[in-house]
Design a protein around this ligand. Structure first.
Ligand code: GDP
Length: 439
């Protein structure tokens, strides 16, 4: 994707998350000098199947390759020549960041000198997790209870603690005191008997500071300088467009801007710096958590998709809801992200199906809808209208070039491309690095 006129590329999820962005980022990161996470927190999890940097491969001679689950470190970390950035738009759970750093280091990935955390990123603190766990609203929405929503609420409420504040213990103590008082008032208001202790949180941060501060810097500046030198920068989205706090199926959304516009804000660069936007979609659709999902498949087809696609959350292990490709949602995602190309992942999961329904448009109260309606309540009432495409009934996992794909698979992709109005540039036929075909 990187080319003489494409130095700054955004990779976004164009469905409800879990599209396989981690794998696509991993494949493209080889040519990127920087890979930047720009929103979300430890609620997002990419699973990347990669060889270990020490040369070991999955299952061979005790090699340390295989599935790496990354919640906060950008997927670029698996390429030794790539530097990773956690941007200002992220809310950082520092304790889990260090667990992750230790876990990848134990498998031969070096992190020292390769990770920069924005001094403007906000911290997820113990009271955010407590609020999330105790909140009935979080349960209704189906959040991961990792404190992400409350941390963003404190950010917007001007009560947050930023990573750069750790340089000033006095400021941290005052911010935590105020944040804790607010959280305890919310807990009391919600009928919870649990409380958080400001002193304990402050002491925890004092211990954390000397460990985290060596990684901290002006991330936006680093991105801008890299681009100014002509270096390639990949901005890595988490979750998906339909979970964007403004453009998603509100209120069943995440707390950040997952769409490409959020990439500029969350990485600390201007929108004119972005050259291209690659939208990642599965060849079908999944969704975790509650909220409308028009093309959700009934059992046993939904069950079959879940089993064949191993659709269980990387962060929570929750089974994902599964359904058929939704071109209405894809067109919408194309518009709100300004997609310039699509990567269609997990085509191989459809290998066994005889017929593949694809939703071309919705019906609502007798009217045709080609775009997503403006409310989750309306989306809950739409009737998906399907076109049925023939399956290919052949394994695609060994395909490495477009010509290796069965004709019916190529026709399926052409149809998705026509319905979404965006060219398909990459196709995934398995979880390994080499199982990504460039069209
Ligand atoms: P992300 O957050 O968008 O990166 O998605 P997840 O990591 O939650 O889920 C994607 C899962 O699908 C991971 O386990 C990947 O290894 C796997 N995956 C990615 N692309 C493909 C593909 O083309 N085929 C198959 N079978 N699995 C894939």
């Amino acid at each position: 994707m990187f080319a003489s006129d494409i130095h700054c590329l955004v990779v976004v999820g164009a469905q409800w998350g879990d599209e396989g962005k981690g794998k696509v980022v991993d494949a493209l990161a080889e040519r990127a000098e920087l890979v930047v996470r720009y929103q979300g927190g430890a609620n997002a999890g990419h699973t990347v199947d990669a060889p270990a940097p020490d040369g070991g491969t999955r299952g061979e001679g005790g090699g340390k390759g295989g599935a790496f689950v990354l919640h906060q470190i950008p997927a670029g970390i698996l390429h030794p020549g790539t530097r990773c950035v956690i941007g200002n738009g992220v809310v950082l759970d520092a304790a889990t960041l260090f667990h992750e750093v230790e876990a990848v280091q134990a498998r031969g990935v070096s992190v020292a000198g390769r990770l920069t955390v924005s001094d403007r990123a906000h911290l997820v603190l113990p009271y955010h997790k407590l609020l999330d766990a105790e909140s009935a609203r979080s349960r209704e929405i189906g959040t991961t209870s990792r404190g992400i929503g409350p941390a963003y609420e404190d950010k917007v409420g001007r009560r947050g603690v930023r990573v750069g504040d750790l340089r000033h213990p006095g400021i941290v103590a005052a911010l935590v005191e105020a944040g804790c008082a607010h959280a305890n008032a919310m807990l009391a208001h919600g009928g919870s008997a649990r409380r958080c202790d400001a002193g304990e949180v402050t002491r925890g941060l004092a211990e954390l500071a000397p460990r985290l501060l060596p990684y901290v810097g002006d991330a936006g500046r680093l991105v801008a300088d890299t681009l100014a030198r002509g270096g390639n920068v990949l901005l890595e989205g988490a979750q998906g467009a339909l979970l964007d706090v403004d453009h998603g199926t509100y209120p069943f959304v995440t707390s950040s801007y997952t769409t490409a516009g959020g990439a500029a804000v969350g990485a600390g660069i201007g929108p004119t710096a972005i050259d291209a936007v690659l939208g990642v979609v599965k060849a079908y659709v999944t969704r975790v958590g509650n909220g409308p999902f028009p093309t959700e498949a009934e059992a046993p087809e939904g069950e079959r998709l879940r089993t064949l696609g191993a659709e269980f959350g990387a962060t929570t292990g929750r089974p994902r809801r599964c359904g058929w490709f939704d071109a209405v949602a894809a067109r919408y995602a194309a518009r709100v992200n300004g997609l310039t190309a699509l990567a269609v992942t997990k085509l191989d999961v459809l290998d066994e199906f005889e017929t593949l329904p694809v939703c071309t448009h919705y019906q609502l109260d007798g009217a045709r809808l080609d775009e997503l309606p403006d409310s989750a309540a309306a989306l809950d009432c739409v009737e998906p209208v399907y076109e049925r495409l023939p399956g290919w009934r052949r394994r695609t996992g060994e395909a490495r070039r477009p010509a290796d794909l069965p004709d019916a698979a190529r026709r399926y992709l052409e149809r998705l491309e026509a319905l979404a109005g965006v060219p398909v540039r990459y196709v995934g036929v398995g979880s390994r690095r080499e199982q990504l075909i460039e069209l």
